[in-house]
Design a protein around this ligand. Structure first.
Ligand code: KIV
Length: 260
């Protein structure tokens, strides 16, 4: 039984109005997203997007907690989900200890863990301890070695991902992120389980969509096919900084309006 009302409401959105989700790493962005999103995720993508790390595996518990604290200050209505970083949930005891630490210090609503069958007993354990969990299947950035490639090409891989989804549904996750999978596979999964599916590069056959906010704003250098760029913030920042530079050099800044 899901105790948190906001979590129950997300769960009930299966096959209903689409669930809107985005990532945030700071209060400034969270405040904007909170008006438009159902779920705000402090994703461990922050390691690559914000810190320029080679993979999400370098993200630590303290890093995610600090960003989540900042994000929490900007959230008033959305469900706040935090990624459990790599190697912070290798067994039940470790997962529970770290999950409690994240929840206590950030006051988030739920945690997201990457994987299905391999970590099913850990997820089940957390849920039994009343910790709401969001699943993450398909492409798993914490486990990937080399270039990220979409999943669901071969029948063995497809079967494994479907099995992961069913297992996660059975242990009681309230939603599942499904990343970079072939369209027909997303459709099968969505129809097979009563849990809302949140897609990222997983077609329209999902109950909601998530993107990394920096990607849709055009702030990151990451432009895979599944991202739609809604603006080019990088260009705006470039132009603004260039104008500031020119004003400083030409003596146009500060003006009378900017001094005491
Ligand atoms: O870390 C992240 O931002 C994520 C999303 C891409 C789903 O897991």
């Amino acid at each position: 039984m899901m105790k948190n009302r906001k979590i129950r409401e997300i769960f009930k959105r299966k096959n209903k109005n689409p669930i809107v989700c985005l990532t945030a790493y700071s209060k400034t962005i969270a405040e904007i997203l909170d008006k438009y999103c159902d779920i705000v995720l402090v994703g461990d993508s922050l390691g690559m997007v914000l810190y320029g790390m080679k993979s999400t595996r370098e993200v630590t518990l303290d890093m995610i907690i600090n960003h989540a604290k900042s994000v929490k200050r900007g959230i008033s209505k959305s469900v706040l989900v935090i990624d459990m970083p790599y190697q912070t949930y290798r067994n039940k005891k470790e997962a529970y200890k770290n999950a409690k630490k994240i929840i206590k210090s950030t006051k988030c609503d739920a945690l997201k863990l990457e994987g299905g069958k391999k970590i099913i007993n850990i997820i089940k354990y957390l849920i039994n301890k009343n910790i709401p969990v969001m699943g993450h299947i398909g492409l798993l950035p914490q486990s990937e070695r080399g270039k990220f490639k979409f999943k669901g090409r071969g029948s063995i891989e497809r079967k494994r991902i479907i099995e992961d989804a069913i297992l996660l549904s059975k242990v009681g996750v309230f939603a599942i992120v499904i990343e970079c999978v072939e369209e027909s596979l997303a459709k099968i999964i969505s129809k097979s389980i009563p849990v809302p599916i949140i897609g990222i590069g997983a077609s329209k056959h999902c109950d909601g969509q998530i993107l990394v906010t920096d990607d849709l704003l055009g702030l990151s250098n990451f432009t895979p096919r599944f991202v739609r760029k809604y603006s080019n913030i990088k260009k705006i920042i470039n132009e603004s900084v260039l104008r500031f530079r020119r004003d400083v050099i030409n003596g146009n800044f500060p003006s009378r309006k900017n001094i005491y």
